[in-house]
Design a protein around this ligand. Sequence first.
Ligand SMILES: [Zn+2]
Length: 257
Amino acid sequence: MGFGDQLLGSGLAKGAAARGRRIAFGNGIKIIWDQHSAEVFRGNPNIVAPGSECADRIDWIPFYKGHRLYNRQAGDRWVWNMDFHAIPGEMYFDDAERKAGARFGKGFVIIEPQSAPWKSVAANKDWGRAKFQAVADRLKAAGHKVAQFQSDKGSPVLAGVTALKTTSFRDAVAVLSHAAIYIGSEGGLHHAAAAVGIPAVVLFGGFIPPSVTGYTTHANLTGGAEACGSLKPCSHCRKAMEAISVEEVIEEARERL
Ligand SMILES: [Zn+2]
């Protein structure tokens, strides 16, 4: 993942400051952050930054790149830790960020048709652009405003869908907090939807079990598959995605809109 991992971390750290503690993510000696940590953890009173290893009242959690607690690698697949259950994370915005996050209004549907295309597992997490387009078309016809974040790394915006230009992941999450629902892939934005408390329909398919990285407040669609964790393109994962219909996504969305 990337940003999603940081949001999972913020969920693990939740409530620490209220107990008079702060959470250090690392190996007990060194706090280990990656390139996305600072952006997601900024302003979070529960989490302590690298360089504060010797500060008082710190609790260590061994959650860092290469040691994510929810999985371990075995050959060319992930083995999921079924005892791990995602806790909705948190992001702490300052006044300027909150104000900027409101600039597109509220009540729109955010759709995200692609999950981190640069990752080897992308094919196993891909429901298919044509089906997302069909969902967008149906929701628009029903009178909903449908929008998609537009960024350099992101997928092209679906036809007829409003492009929301954002400047950073933080900015996107601040905007997302005003959405009515998130519909899309398992990834950073579904974790963000949980963090800002909006409903979601998440296309899990057969790669990751929803009981591990999903949230009980969301509709987590698997196509009836058991998660395989395959890091290589997998026919089981493709079939799982094929088993999830446009109609099913629309139904789940309607229940939450
Ligand atoms: Zn599979």
